[in-house]
Design a protein around this ligand. Structure first.
Ligand code: NAI
Ligand code: CS2
Length: 491
Protein backbone atom coordinates (compact mmCIF):
# COMPACT_ATOMS: atom_id res chain seq x y z
CA UNK A 1 0.00 0.00 0.00
CA UNK A 2 1.23 3.56 -0.72
CA UNK A 3 1.91 5.47 2.52
CA UNK A 4 -1.02 7.83 3.12
CA UNK A 5 -0.39 11.48 3.86
CA UNK A 6 0.06 12.07 7.59
CA UNK A 7 -2.41 14.51 9.18
CA UNK A 8 -0.08 16.41 11.47
CA UNK A 9 -0.95 17.58 14.99
CA UNK A 10 -1.42 21.27 15.73
CA UNK A 11 1.24 22.91 17.91
CA UNK A 12 0.63 22.49 21.62
CA UNK A 13 -1.52 25.17 23.28
CA UNK A 14 -0.10 24.70 26.77
CA UNK A 15 -3.58 24.83 28.28
CA UNK A 16 -5.21 21.92 30.10
CA UNK A 17 -8.99 21.82 30.52
CA UNK A 18 -9.48 18.05 30.78
CA UNK A 19 -7.89 15.47 33.06
CA UNK A 20 -8.16 11.87 31.87
CA UNK A 21 -7.76 8.81 34.09
CA UNK A 22 -6.76 5.62 32.23
CA UNK A 23 -4.22 6.37 29.51
CA UNK A 24 -4.74 3.17 27.53
CA UNK A 25 -5.20 2.30 23.87
CA UNK A 26 -8.83 3.39 23.75
CA UNK A 27 -8.28 6.89 25.13
CA UNK A 28 -5.49 7.48 22.61
CA UNK A 29 -7.63 6.34 19.66
CA UNK A 30 -11.03 7.76 20.66
CA UNK A 31 -11.36 10.79 22.95
CA UNK A 32 -7.92 12.15 22.01
CA UNK A 33 -8.71 11.87 18.29
CA UNK A 34 -12.03 13.72 18.69
CA UNK A 35 -10.24 16.44 20.66
CA UNK A 36 -7.38 16.72 18.18
CA UNK A 37 -9.83 17.05 15.30
CA UNK A 38 -11.85 19.63 17.24
CA UNK A 39 -8.73 21.65 18.06
CA UNK A 40 -7.59 21.56 14.42
CA UNK A 41 -10.94 22.66 13.05
CA UNK A 42 -11.87 25.28 15.64
CA UNK A 43 -8.48 26.59 16.79
CA UNK A 44 -9.85 26.40 20.35
CA UNK A 45 -6.81 25.60 22.55
CA UNK A 46 -8.70 25.46 25.87
CA UNK A 47 -9.06 21.71 25.97
CA UNK A 48 -5.60 20.23 26.22
CA UNK A 49 -5.49 16.99 28.22
CA UNK A 50 -3.50 15.80 31.20
CA UNK A 51 -3.69 12.03 30.91
CA UNK A 52 -2.80 9.73 33.79
CA UNK A 53 -2.36 6.08 34.59
CA UNK A 54 -3.15 4.98 38.09
CA UNK A 55 -1.64 1.57 38.53
CA UNK A 56 -0.35 0.00 35.32
CA UNK A 57 1.30 1.08 32.06
CA UNK A 58 3.91 3.39 33.54
CA UNK A 59 5.89 2.58 30.36
CA UNK A 60 3.36 4.39 28.22
CA UNK A 61 3.59 7.50 30.43
CA UNK A 62 7.38 7.47 30.12
CA UNK A 63 7.18 6.69 26.40
CA UNK A 64 4.91 9.64 25.69
CA UNK A 65 7.07 11.97 27.78
CA UNK A 66 10.13 10.85 25.80
CA UNK A 67 8.23 11.49 22.54
CA UNK A 68 7.22 15.04 23.55
CA UNK A 69 3.67 13.77 24.22
CA UNK A 70 3.04 13.07 20.52
CA UNK A 71 1.97 9.80 19.00
CA UNK A 72 0.22 8.36 15.94
CA UNK A 73 -3.14 6.75 15.30
CA UNK A 74 -3.74 4.57 12.22
CA UNK A 75 -7.44 4.23 11.38
CA UNK A 76 -8.08 1.27 9.07
CA UNK A 77 -11.29 0.92 7.03
CA UNK A 78 -9.71 -2.27 5.65
CA UNK A 79 -6.19 -3.33 4.81
CA UNK A 80 -6.16 -1.08 1.71
CA UNK A 81 -7.45 2.08 3.30
CA UNK A 82 -5.86 3.83 6.25
CA UNK A 83 -5.88 7.35 7.70
CA UNK A 84 -2.75 8.32 9.64
CA UNK A 85 -2.96 11.01 12.29
CA UNK A 86 -0.46 12.56 14.61
CA UNK A 87 -2.03 13.47 17.95
CA UNK A 88 -0.72 16.32 20.10
CA UNK A 89 -3.69 17.21 22.29
CA UNK A 90 -2.23 15.42 25.31
CA UNK A 91 -0.18 18.11 27.03
CA UNK A 92 1.00 16.13 30.04
CA UNK A 93 1.18 12.49 31.18
CA UNK A 94 1.35 11.27 34.79
CA UNK A 95 1.56 7.97 36.66
CA UNK A 96 -0.13 8.33 40.00
CA UNK A 97 0.97 5.33 42.01
CA UNK A 98 1.44 1.67 42.55
CA UNK A 99 -0.09 -1.02 44.69
CA UNK A 100 1.18 -1.61 48.21
CA UNK A 101 1.97 0.63 51.11
CA UNK A 102 2.64 4.28 50.40
CA UNK A 103 6.34 4.78 50.76
CA UNK A 104 6.39 8.51 51.22
CA UNK A 105 7.12 11.26 48.77
CA UNK A 106 9.00 9.27 46.11
CA UNK A 107 8.56 9.96 42.40
CA UNK A 108 5.30 8.00 42.37
CA UNK A 109 3.87 10.10 45.19
CA UNK A 110 4.96 13.25 43.36
CA UNK A 111 2.97 12.30 40.27
CA UNK A 112 -0.08 11.64 42.40
CA UNK A 113 0.23 15.11 43.97
CA UNK A 114 0.66 16.62 40.50
CA UNK A 115 -2.45 14.78 39.32
CA UNK A 116 -4.51 15.87 42.31
CA UNK A 117 -3.32 19.46 41.83
CA UNK A 118 -4.41 19.30 38.17
CA UNK A 119 -7.80 17.88 39.10
CA UNK A 120 -8.26 20.50 41.83
CA UNK A 121 -7.29 23.39 39.53
CA UNK A 122 -10.10 25.71 38.42
CA UNK A 123 -8.80 25.31 34.82
CA UNK A 124 -9.89 21.67 34.83
CA UNK A 125 -13.52 21.57 33.84
CA UNK A 126 -13.97 17.94 32.83
CA UNK A 127 -12.47 14.68 34.14
CA UNK A 128 -12.88 11.73 31.76
CA UNK A 129 -12.26 8.06 32.58
CA UNK A 130 -11.39 4.80 30.81
CA UNK A 131 -10.18 2.74 33.76
CA UNK A 132 -11.96 -0.49 32.64
CA UNK A 133 -15.08 -1.81 34.35
CA UNK A 134 -13.14 -3.08 37.37
CA UNK A 135 -11.56 0.34 37.98
CA UNK A 136 -14.80 1.62 39.55
CA UNK A 137 -14.77 -1.02 42.31
CA UNK A 138 -18.48 -1.67 41.97
CA UNK A 139 -20.30 -4.91 42.48
CA UNK A 140 -21.03 -5.73 38.80
CA UNK A 141 -24.56 -7.00 39.43
CA UNK A 142 -25.80 -4.41 41.94
CA UNK A 143 -23.64 -1.37 41.12
CA UNK A 144 -22.81 -0.86 44.83
CA UNK A 145 -19.29 0.21 45.88
CA UNK A 146 -17.20 -2.78 46.99
CA UNK A 147 -16.27 -1.46 50.43
CA UNK A 148 -14.60 -4.78 51.26
CA UNK A 149 -12.00 -4.40 48.49
CA UNK A 150 -8.51 -3.77 49.92
CA UNK A 151 -7.93 -0.82 47.58
CA UNK A 152 -11.16 0.88 48.68
CA UNK A 153 -10.40 0.06 52.32
CA UNK A 154 -7.04 1.81 51.73
CA UNK A 155 -8.72 4.89 50.25
CA UNK A 156 -11.16 5.07 53.15
CA UNK A 157 -8.26 4.86 55.63
CA UNK A 158 -6.00 7.36 53.76
CA UNK A 159 -8.31 9.54 51.69
CA UNK A 160 -5.60 12.10 50.95
CA UNK A 161 -3.33 9.46 49.33
CA UNK A 162 -5.91 7.80 47.08
CA UNK A 163 -4.99 4.86 44.86
CA UNK A 164 -8.28 4.24 43.05
CA UNK A 165 -10.15 6.31 40.48
CA UNK A 166 -13.11 6.94 42.84
CA UNK A 167 -10.60 7.89 45.59
CA UNK A 168 -8.84 10.42 43.34
CA UNK A 169 -12.16 11.94 42.31
CA UNK A 170 -13.30 12.29 45.94
CA UNK A 171 -10.01 13.85 47.10
CA UNK A 172 -9.88 16.29 44.16
CA UNK A 173 -13.52 17.27 44.68
CA UNK A 174 -12.87 17.72 48.43
CA UNK A 175 -10.04 20.13 47.61
CA UNK A 176 -12.26 22.09 45.26
CA UNK A 177 -15.07 22.17 47.81
CA UNK A 178 -12.68 23.43 50.47
CA UNK A 179 -11.30 26.12 48.13
CA UNK A 180 -14.74 27.22 46.91
CA UNK A 181 -14.04 26.11 43.31
CA UNK A 182 -16.94 24.77 41.27
CA UNK A 183 -16.70 21.01 40.63
CA UNK A 184 -15.54 19.52 37.34
CA UNK A 185 -17.89 17.33 35.30
CA UNK A 186 -17.10 13.60 35.49
CA UNK A 187 -17.47 11.74 32.17
CA UNK A 188 -17.05 7.96 32.25
CA UNK A 189 -16.16 6.48 28.86
CA UNK A 190 -16.12 2.86 29.97
CA UNK A 191 -18.39 0.11 28.65
CA UNK A 192 -20.80 0.06 31.59
CA UNK A 193 -24.55 0.53 31.63
CA UNK A 194 -25.51 3.95 33.02
CA UNK A 195 -21.79 4.64 33.29
CA UNK A 196 -22.34 8.17 34.61
CA UNK A 197 -24.81 7.03 37.27
CA UNK A 198 -22.50 4.18 38.29
CA UNK A 199 -19.52 6.49 38.60
CA UNK A 200 -21.62 8.85 40.72
CA UNK A 201 -22.61 5.93 42.94
CA UNK A 202 -18.95 4.96 43.48
CA UNK A 203 -17.85 8.52 44.25
CA UNK A 204 -20.76 9.50 46.49
CA UNK A 205 -20.61 6.23 48.43
CA UNK A 206 -16.87 6.61 48.98
CA UNK A 207 -17.28 10.26 50.02
CA UNK A 208 -19.91 9.22 52.58
CA UNK A 209 -17.17 7.31 54.41
CA UNK A 210 -15.22 10.54 54.70
CA UNK A 211 -17.61 13.41 55.27
CA UNK A 212 -21.40 13.58 54.93
CA UNK A 213 -21.33 17.28 53.91
CA UNK A 214 -18.85 16.57 51.13
CA UNK A 215 -20.92 13.59 49.97
CA UNK A 216 -24.11 15.62 49.76
CA UNK A 217 -22.28 18.49 47.94
CA UNK A 218 -21.01 15.96 45.38
CA UNK A 219 -24.47 14.40 45.07
CA UNK A 220 -26.13 17.73 44.44
CA UNK A 221 -23.46 19.73 42.56
CA UNK A 222 -21.38 17.36 40.43
CA UNK A 223 -22.58 16.35 36.96
CA UNK A 224 -21.94 12.75 35.91
CA UNK A 225 -23.27 12.53 32.33
CA UNK A 226 -23.55 9.08 30.78
CA UNK A 227 -21.87 8.25 27.48
CA UNK A 228 -21.81 5.50 24.89
CA UNK A 229 -18.41 5.04 23.30
CA UNK A 230 -17.59 2.88 20.31
CA UNK A 231 -14.43 2.20 18.34
CA UNK A 232 -12.62 -1.12 18.15
CA UNK A 233 -9.08 -0.52 19.38
CA UNK A 234 -7.20 -3.79 19.91
CA UNK A 235 -4.03 -4.03 21.99
CA UNK A 236 -1.01 -3.48 19.73
CA UNK A 237 0.92 -6.45 18.37
CA UNK A 238 4.42 -6.68 16.88
CA UNK A 239 2.77 -7.14 13.48
CA UNK A 240 0.95 -3.81 13.94
CA UNK A 241 4.19 -1.98 14.70
CA UNK A 242 5.82 -3.58 11.64
CA UNK A 243 2.89 -2.58 9.45
CA UNK A 244 3.18 1.02 10.65
CA UNK A 245 6.94 1.03 10.10
CA UNK A 246 6.25 0.03 6.48
CA UNK A 247 4.11 3.19 6.21
CA UNK A 248 6.99 5.25 7.59
CA UNK A 249 5.72 5.51 11.19
CA UNK A 250 8.15 4.27 13.83
CA UNK A 251 6.40 5.07 17.08
CA UNK A 252 6.28 2.84 20.17
CA UNK A 253 3.22 4.76 21.42
CA UNK A 254 1.16 4.39 18.23
CA UNK A 255 -2.26 2.72 18.13
CA UNK A 256 -4.13 0.97 15.35
CA UNK A 257 -7.93 0.98 15.24
CA UNK A 258 -10.91 0.68 12.90
CA UNK A 259 -12.08 3.70 10.90
CA UNK A 260 -15.53 3.58 12.53
CA UNK A 261 -15.99 5.77 15.59
CA UNK A 262 -19.03 6.79 17.62
CA UNK A 263 -19.58 8.80 20.79
CA UNK A 264 -23.02 9.56 22.21
CA UNK A 265 -22.93 11.86 25.23
CA UNK A 266 -25.58 13.15 27.62
CA UNK A 267 -25.34 16.93 27.34
CA UNK A 268 -24.80 17.92 30.97
CA UNK A 269 -21.58 19.93 31.40
CA UNK A 270 -22.23 22.83 33.82
CA UNK A 271 -18.63 24.11 33.55
CA UNK A 272 -18.57 23.97 29.75
CA UNK A 273 -17.15 21.48 27.25
CA UNK A 274 -15.45 21.35 23.86
CA UNK A 275 -17.82 21.92 20.92
CA UNK A 276 -17.16 18.36 19.80
CA UNK A 277 -20.55 17.93 18.09
CA UNK A 278 -18.81 19.52 15.09
CA UNK A 279 -16.72 16.33 14.97
CA UNK A 280 -19.76 14.06 14.95
CA UNK A 281 -20.23 13.50 18.69
CA UNK A 282 -23.97 13.00 19.29
CA UNK A 283 -25.04 15.19 22.22
CA UNK A 284 -28.38 13.82 23.49
CA UNK A 285 -30.71 14.07 26.47
CA UNK A 286 -30.75 10.31 27.18
CA UNK A 287 -27.92 7.96 26.28
CA UNK A 288 -29.42 4.83 27.85
CA UNK A 289 -31.02 3.25 24.74
CA UNK A 290 -27.78 3.66 22.75
CA UNK A 291 -25.66 2.35 25.60
CA UNK A 292 -27.76 -0.76 26.10
CA UNK A 293 -27.98 -1.37 22.36
CA UNK A 294 -24.21 -1.27 22.01
CA UNK A 295 -23.50 -3.32 25.15
CA UNK A 296 -25.94 -6.10 24.27
CA UNK A 297 -25.45 -6.20 20.48
CA UNK A 298 -21.76 -5.37 19.92
CA UNK A 299 -20.15 -6.28 23.22
CA UNK A 300 -22.52 -9.22 23.81
CA UNK A 301 -21.51 -10.67 20.41
CA UNK A 302 -17.85 -10.01 21.16
CA UNK A 303 -18.04 -11.95 24.42
CA UNK A 304 -19.93 -14.82 22.78
CA UNK A 305 -17.23 -15.08 20.14
CA UNK A 306 -14.47 -14.64 22.72
CA UNK A 307 -15.37 -17.56 25.01
CA UNK A 308 -16.54 -20.00 22.35
CA UNK A 309 -13.73 -19.08 19.98
CA UNK A 310 -10.96 -19.13 22.59
CA UNK A 311 -12.08 -22.59 23.74
CA UNK A 312 -11.80 -23.83 20.16
CA UNK A 313 -8.31 -22.32 19.76
CA UNK A 314 -9.46 -19.47 17.47
CA UNK A 315 -7.22 -16.45 17.96
CA UNK A 316 -8.90 -13.30 16.69
CA UNK A 317 -12.30 -11.76 15.99
CA UNK A 318 -11.44 -11.83 12.29
CA UNK A 319 -10.72 -15.57 12.41
CA UNK A 320 -13.91 -16.17 14.42
CA UNK A 321 -16.17 -14.24 12.08
CA UNK A 322 -14.93 -16.34 9.18
CA UNK A 323 -16.16 -19.47 10.96
CA UNK A 324 -19.57 -19.90 9.29
CA UNK A 325 -21.42 -21.37 12.30
CA UNK A 326 -20.01 -18.81 14.74
CA UNK A 327 -20.99 -15.96 12.46
CA UNK A 328 -24.51 -17.41 12.22
CA UNK A 329 -24.63 -17.69 16.02
CA UNK A 330 -23.76 -14.02 16.46
CA UNK A 331 -26.44 -12.98 13.99
CA UNK A 332 -29.02 -15.17 15.69
CA UNK A 333 -28.02 -13.89 19.15
CA UNK A 334 -28.28 -10.27 18.05
CA UNK A 335 -31.60 -10.58 16.22
CA UNK A 336 -33.40 -13.13 18.39
CA UNK A 337 -32.10 -12.46 21.90
CA UNK A 338 -30.61 -8.94 22.06
CA UNK A 339 -32.65 -6.79 19.64
CA UNK A 340 -36.08 -7.85 21.02
CA UNK A 341 -35.05 -6.51 24.46
CA UNK A 342 -34.23 -3.02 23.11
CA UNK A 343 -36.51 -0.02 22.97
CA UNK A 344 -34.91 2.34 20.50
CA UNK A 345 -35.86 5.84 19.38
CA UNK A 346 -37.58 5.94 16.00
CA UNK A 347 -35.33 5.50 13.00
CA UNK A 348 -32.87 3.02 14.53
CA UNK A 349 -32.87 -0.14 12.43
CA UNK A 350 -31.49 -3.00 14.54
CA UNK A 351 -31.25 -5.43 11.61
CA UNK A 352 -29.03 -2.97 9.80
CA UNK A 353 -27.07 -2.38 13.02
CA UNK A 354 -26.44 -6.13 13.36
CA UNK A 355 -25.21 -6.30 9.76
CA UNK A 356 -22.93 -3.32 10.28
CA UNK A 357 -21.43 -4.97 13.38
CA UNK A 358 -20.71 -8.20 11.50
CA UNK A 359 -19.03 -6.14 8.78
CA UNK A 360 -16.91 -4.32 11.36
CA UNK A 361 -15.87 -7.62 12.97
CA UNK A 362 -14.76 -8.78 9.50
CA UNK A 363 -12.26 -5.90 9.16
CA UNK A 364 -9.19 -7.71 7.82
CA UNK A 365 -6.72 -5.16 9.15
CA UNK A 366 -7.40 -5.65 12.87
CA UNK A 367 -5.93 -8.47 14.92
CA UNK A 368 -8.30 -8.25 17.88
CA UNK A 369 -7.37 -11.15 20.11
CA UNK A 370 -10.25 -13.10 21.64
CA UNK A 371 -8.22 -13.49 24.84
CA UNK A 372 -8.28 -9.68 25.25
CA UNK A 373 -12.07 -9.59 25.00
CA UNK A 374 -12.41 -12.62 27.31
CA UNK A 375 -10.64 -10.70 30.09
CA UNK A 376 -12.71 -9.53 33.09
CA UNK A 377 -15.83 -11.52 32.19
CA UNK A 378 -17.17 -11.16 35.72
CA UNK A 379 -17.31 -7.39 35.19
CA UNK A 380 -18.69 -7.52 31.66
CA UNK A 381 -21.29 -10.28 31.45
CA UNK A 382 -24.03 -8.70 33.61
CA UNK A 383 -24.52 -5.84 31.16
CA UNK A 384 -23.68 -7.73 27.96
CA UNK A 385 -25.79 -10.89 28.39
CA UNK A 386 -27.37 -11.36 31.77
CA UNK A 387 -29.56 -8.25 32.09
CA UNK A 388 -31.14 -9.03 28.70
CA UNK A 389 -31.59 -12.72 29.53
CA UNK A 390 -33.17 -11.69 32.83
CA UNK A 391 -35.73 -9.52 31.03
CA UNK A 392 -36.51 -12.37 28.65
CA UNK A 393 -36.80 -14.81 31.53
CA UNK A 394 -39.28 -12.50 33.31
CA UNK A 395 -41.35 -12.46 30.10
CA UNK A 396 -41.29 -16.28 29.93
CA UNK A 397 -38.82 -16.36 27.01
CA UNK A 398 -35.69 -18.45 26.67
CA UNK A 399 -32.15 -17.32 25.81
CA UNK A 400 -30.33 -20.31 24.33
CA UNK A 401 -27.44 -18.30 22.86
CA UNK A 402 -26.74 -16.62 26.20
CA UNK A 403 -27.02 -19.97 27.97
CA UNK A 404 -24.39 -21.38 25.60
CA UNK A 405 -22.26 -18.29 26.19
CA UNK A 406 -22.46 -18.72 29.97
CA UNK A 407 -21.51 -22.39 29.59
CA UNK A 408 -18.50 -21.37 27.48
CA UNK A 409 -17.50 -18.70 30.01
CA UNK A 410 -17.65 -21.23 32.86
CA UNK A 411 -15.49 -23.64 30.88
CA UNK A 412 -13.14 -20.84 29.75
CA UNK A 413 -12.45 -19.81 33.35
CA UNK A 414 -10.90 -23.24 33.99
CA UNK A 415 -7.80 -21.77 32.28
CA UNK A 416 -7.51 -24.46 29.58
CA UNK A 417 -9.12 -24.66 26.15
CA UNK A 418 -10.92 -27.75 24.81
CA UNK A 419 -7.62 -29.05 23.40
CA UNK A 420 -5.92 -28.75 26.80
CA UNK A 421 -3.82 -25.63 26.05
CA UNK A 422 -3.39 -23.40 29.12
CA UNK A 423 -3.79 -19.62 29.32
CA UNK A 424 -4.07 -17.02 32.05
CA UNK A 425 -7.58 -16.22 33.29
CA UNK A 426 -7.38 -12.43 33.73
CA UNK A 427 -10.31 -11.45 35.96
CA UNK A 428 -10.66 -9.95 39.46
CA UNK A 429 -12.53 -13.17 40.41
CA UNK A 430 -9.95 -15.54 38.87
CA UNK A 431 -9.03 -17.02 42.26
CA UNK A 432 -12.66 -17.81 43.03
CA UNK A 433 -13.08 -19.42 39.59
CA UNK A 434 -10.03 -21.63 40.14
CA UNK A 435 -11.43 -22.77 43.48
CA UNK A 436 -14.81 -23.60 41.96
CA UNK A 437 -13.20 -25.63 39.18
CA UNK A 438 -11.01 -27.44 41.68
CA UNK A 439 -13.97 -28.22 43.91
CA UNK A 440 -16.55 -29.16 41.25
CA UNK A 441 -14.50 -29.83 38.10
CA UNK A 442 -15.70 -33.40 37.82
CA UNK A 443 -19.35 -32.60 38.55
CA UNK A 444 -20.84 -30.29 35.85
CA UNK A 445 -24.16 -29.96 37.65
CA UNK A 446 -22.50 -28.70 40.84
CA UNK A 447 -20.09 -26.50 38.88
CA UNK A 448 -22.85 -24.78 36.88
CA UNK A 449 -24.95 -24.35 40.03
CA UNK A 450 -21.99 -22.79 41.87
CA UNK A 451 -21.34 -20.32 39.03
CA UNK A 452 -25.00 -19.33 38.76
CA UNK A 453 -25.07 -18.82 42.54
CA UNK A 454 -22.45 -16.02 42.30
CA UNK A 455 -24.92 -13.24 43.00
CA UNK A 456 -22.37 -10.48 42.48
CA UNK A 457 -22.33 -11.54 38.80
CA UNK A 458 -25.55 -13.44 38.02
CA UNK A 459 -28.88 -11.81 38.96
CA UNK A 460 -30.72 -14.01 41.47
CA UNK A 461 -33.92 -14.18 39.48
CA UNK A 462 -32.07 -15.48 36.41
CA UNK A 463 -30.14 -18.06 38.45
CA UNK A 464 -33.48 -19.27 39.81
CA UNK A 465 -35.00 -19.72 36.35
CA UNK A 466 -34.82 -23.52 36.09
CA UNK A 467 -35.10 -23.53 32.31
CA UNK A 468 -32.13 -21.18 32.03
CA UNK A 469 -30.03 -23.17 34.51
CA UNK A 470 -30.86 -26.40 32.68
CA UNK A 471 -29.96 -24.85 29.31
CA UNK A 472 -26.56 -23.77 30.69
CA UNK A 473 -25.93 -27.26 32.06
CA UNK A 474 -26.86 -29.03 28.82
CA UNK A 475 -24.74 -26.57 26.79
CA UNK A 476 -21.82 -27.10 29.17
CA UNK A 477 -22.02 -30.86 28.80
CA UNK A 478 -22.34 -30.75 25.01
CA UNK A 479 -19.49 -28.27 24.69
CA UNK A 480 -17.11 -30.17 26.93
CA UNK A 481 -17.96 -33.62 25.61
CA UNK A 482 -18.73 -32.93 21.94
CA UNK A 483 -16.81 -29.73 21.20
CA UNK A 484 -17.79 -26.45 19.58
CA UNK A 485 -19.53 -27.71 16.45
CA UNK A 486 -21.77 -30.05 18.41
CA UNK A 487 -22.64 -27.30 20.90
CA UNK A 488 -23.55 -24.95 18.05
CA UNK A 489 -25.52 -27.63 16.25
CA UNK A 490 -27.41 -28.39 19.48
CA UNK A 491 -28.92 -24.91 19.69
P1 NAI B 1 -5.83 -0.80 27.86
O1 NAI B 1 -5.47 -2.12 28.41
O2 NAI B 1 -5.03 -0.23 26.75
O3 NAI B 1 -5.81 0.25 29.03
C1 NAI B 1 -6.47 0.02 30.24
C2 NAI B 1 -6.41 1.29 31.06
O4 NAI B 1 -7.14 1.08 32.25
C3 NAI B 1 -4.99 1.64 31.46
O5 NAI B 1 -4.89 3.02 31.46
C4 NAI B 1 -4.89 1.07 32.86
O6 NAI B 1 -3.94 1.75 33.64
C5 NAI B 1 -6.30 1.32 33.38
N1 NAI B 1 -6.72 0.44 34.47
C6 NAI B 1 -6.86 -0.90 34.45
N2 NAI B 1 -7.30 -1.34 35.65
C7 NAI B 1 -7.44 -0.25 36.43
C8 NAI B 1 -7.86 -0.05 37.77
N3 NAI B 1 -8.23 -1.06 38.53
N4 NAI B 1 -7.87 1.21 38.23
C9 NAI B 1 -7.48 2.25 37.46
N5 NAI B 1 -7.10 2.12 36.18
C10 NAI B 1 -7.08 0.89 35.69
O7 NAI B 1 -7.37 -0.90 27.49
P2 NAI B 1 -8.23 0.09 26.57
O8 NAI B 1 -8.28 -0.46 25.21
O9 NAI B 1 -7.74 1.47 26.75
O10 NAI B 1 -9.68 -0.07 27.20
C11 NAI B 1 -10.00 0.52 28.43
C12 NAI B 1 -11.49 0.58 28.58
O11 NAI B 1 -12.02 1.46 27.59
C13 NAI B 1 -12.25 -0.73 28.36
O12 NAI B 1 -12.28 -1.51 29.52
C14 NAI B 1 -13.62 -0.23 27.98
O13 NAI B 1 -14.40 0.04 29.12
C15 NAI B 1 -13.33 1.07 27.24
N6 NAI B 1 -13.44 0.85 25.80
C16 NAI B 1 -12.44 0.22 25.08
C17 NAI B 1 -12.60 -0.01 23.72
C18 NAI B 1 -11.57 -0.74 22.90
O14 NAI B 1 -11.91 -1.20 21.80
N7 NAI B 1 -10.33 -0.87 23.34
C19 NAI B 1 -13.80 0.48 23.03
C20 NAI B 1 -14.83 1.05 23.88
C21 NAI B 1 -14.60 1.24 25.21
C1 CS2 C 1 -14.57 -5.48 23.68
C2 CS2 C 1 -14.73 -3.97 23.62
O1 CS2 C 1 -12.65 -5.75 25.02
C3 CS2 C 1 -13.87 -5.96 24.95
O2 CS2 C 1 -14.50 -6.52 25.83
O3 CS2 C 1 -15.85 -6.04 23.58
O4 CS2 C 1 -13.76 -3.25 24.19
C4 CS2 C 1 -15.02 -3.47 22.20
O5 CS2 C 1 -13.91 -3.62 21.35
C5 CS2 C 1 -15.43 -2.02 22.21
O6 CS2 C 1 -16.41 -1.80 23.16
C6 CS2 C 1 -15.84 -1.50 20.85
O7 CS2 C 1 -16.33 -0.21 21.00
Amino acid sequence: MMAPKLIEAKPRSGRIGIVHLGLGAFHRAHQAVYLERYRQRSGDGEWGVCSANLRSSVGLVDGLRAAGQRYHVAEYADSDSVTLREIGVIEETLFSGRDGADEGMDSWGRDREALLARMASADTRVVTLTVTEKGYFLNPASGELRVDDPMIIGDIASPQQPRTAPGLLVEALARRHEAGIAPFTVLSCDNMPDNGKRTRQAVVQLAEHRDATLASWIASEVAFPCSMVDRIVPAMTDADFERLAALGVTDPNAVVCEAFTQWVVEDNFPQGRPGWEAEGVEMVADVAPFEIMKLRMLNGSHSLLAYLGALAGIETVYDGINHVELRALLRRYMLEEAAPTLEMPEGIDLDAYADSLLARFANDSLRHRLQQIAMDGSQKLPQRWLSGALERSAAGQTSPCVALGVAAWIRYTAGQDLQGNSYLVDDPLAKRFAELHQMHGSDPRALVAAYLAMDDVVPNALAQDDAFAQAVLVAYQTLTQGGLREALAGL
